[in-house]
Ligand binder design. Sequence first.
Ligand SMILES: C[S@@+](CC[C@H](N)C(=O)[O-])C[C@H]1O[C@@H](n2cnc3c(N)ncnc32)[C@H](O)[C@@H]1O
Length: 177
Amino acid sequence: MGDARAIPARDAAFDLVMANHMLYEFASDGLRAVVAELNRIVARKGRLLATTYSDAGRVLLTDLHNETLAVLGFPPSGPQPSSFCLENGADVLSAGFAEVDTHVMEEVGSDTDADAFTALYVKTGGYHWAASHDPIPEADGARIPEVFRSKAEERIDEHGAIVTVTNWTAFVARGPL
Ligand SMILES: C[S@@+](CC[C@H](N)C(=O)[O-])C[C@H]1O[C@@H](n2cnc3c(N)ncnc32)[C@H](O)[C@@H]1O
């Protein structure tokens, strides 16, 4: 284990480096430091594979997560733009790499089972963050799955199913600067 802002590896050590669904964990300052580290450890003719989501459109899991926190009295401050997504990822990586190719795979899912959707939700970083976040008392945190489930059930009753569109995004970056 190490911190992505100070990777314990020598310069140009790897032909392929993967950063899967983690660059969006950093706000812009930290992200610049991580891209500089990725630039440093990828071999001159090597590649970086970095995957993420699209920030466009509604992500129903996030909507229901926000509605759940609002029911518990902790309304989120508003949509938080992603620091690393389909829309801005190529720009972010171009600070450290000469060429960035973008690949997108759209996946449409339809769920009619509130329990299954809740089981998916409790695996997300958003849930774990909220359940262990200081301002949210433990008793409220413990209610998150049950409130989320009732919100999911409402959507299914209203629309017949929960339809999600995911734009899985992969950037392949070459030519560390
Ligand atoms: C959404 S998870 C993705 C995990 C895995 N790469 C995958 O695709 O399933 C984000 C990961 O980023 C890691 N992470 C967050 N901050 C980090 C840091 N400063 N250095 C290294 N990893 C970090 C977290 O521990 C978590 O495992």
